[in-house]
Design a protein around this ligand. Structure first.
Ligand code: ADE
Length: 277
């Protein structure tokens, strides 16, 4: 069981992905729960302002620290699953100190989604899946006030070297990748263990997959898969994973543990580990 508290100015963005397929099923099965918290609910000024112009000029708007910090410090001292009562939004917020930090549970990572964060990988997803509760902070506009990073966030994650309009899509990516790793979230027994980048494949990309029909247009399913010889099929799959990784992500081969047999096979197919890729 894992619980995500997601802090955002746009909670409605999450309805689609969280209401479908694996994420929906994982919530129904009680493996996953998600509480969306609207940062704006934690403003107390008349216009519910969450952003302001940057000191020193420059373009864009910066998210103010108080609403985010107030939201996170209010929610994380409550049990997982707690939400602000809609009747209390703006007008009846739990007391909070703007002066001194509220002590928060040390075992709940507070993750700021930002293109400046550490890269999100399958290994990071596995690491996050060991926590019972996680907080995801979705920035918007040009960024968040630096004091959110220095005084509140305990981690910063980027889902890739590109800039999104906000952290919401990144938060959805993280919830999805972590959920696949929860025992019982996927239909089959091996679950995510044999996915690309995962331990069952030694970190390789998955090779090709086929289903019926055996002949589609002029392309036949490889004979080895129809033959029923299990050792041969396993070897064929493994070699398919090696070849696919060599063709598409040779950089991954540098860090993986490869057997002598795998290295010989890769050499025969043109692998030159000393070359820059
Ligand atoms: N917010 C904007 N761009 C992002 C990215 N690449 N990863 C995580 N959060 C982001």
């Amino acid at each position: 069981m894992i619980h995500f508290d997601i802090f955002t100015l746009f909670p409605q963005m999450f309805g689609g992905p969280f209401g479908e397929s694996i994420l929906h099923r994982a919530q129904s099965k009680g493996l996953l729960s998600i509480a969306l918290h609207n940062i704006r609910d934690y403003t107390t000024d008349r216009h519910h302002v969450c952003d302001d112009t940057p000191y020193g000029g420059g373009g864009g708007m910066i998210m103010k620290p108080e609403p985010i910090v107030r939201a996170v410090e209010t929610v994380l001292v409550q049990p997982a699953g707690w939400r602000l009562d809609p009747a209390d939004v703006y007008v009846n917020l739990p007391t909070w100190s703007g002066e001194v930090p509220t002590p928060l549970p040390a075992d709940t990572p507070i993750i700021l989604l930002t293109p400046q964060g550490r890269p999100f990988t399958q290994a990071v997803a596995a690491e996050l899946s060991t926590h019972a509760r996680l907080a995801l902070l979705c920035g918007r506009y040009e960024g968040v006030d630096e004091r959110v990073r220095t005084g509140l966030a305990t981690d910063e994650i980027s889902i890739g070297d590109y800039v999104l309009s906000g952290g919401e899509l990144a938060a959805m990516v993280i919830v999805d990748a972590v959920t696949r790793l929860l025992p019982g979230a996927l239909g089959d027994k091996l679950g995510a263990y044999q996915d690309s980048h995962s331990p069952g494949l030694g970190g390789l990309l998955e090779g090709p997959h086929y289903t019926k029909p055996p002949l589609f247009r002029d392309q036949a399913v490889p004979a080895v898969l129809l033959g029923g010889h299990h050792a041969q099929m396993t070897r064929w799959r493994h070699e398919g994973a090696l070849l696919r990784t060599l063709a598409r992500r040779p950089d991954l081969l540098h860090t993986l543990h490869l057997s002598e047999k795998d290295k010989t096979f890769l050499h025969q197919h043109g692998w030159r580990p000393e070359a820059n890729d």
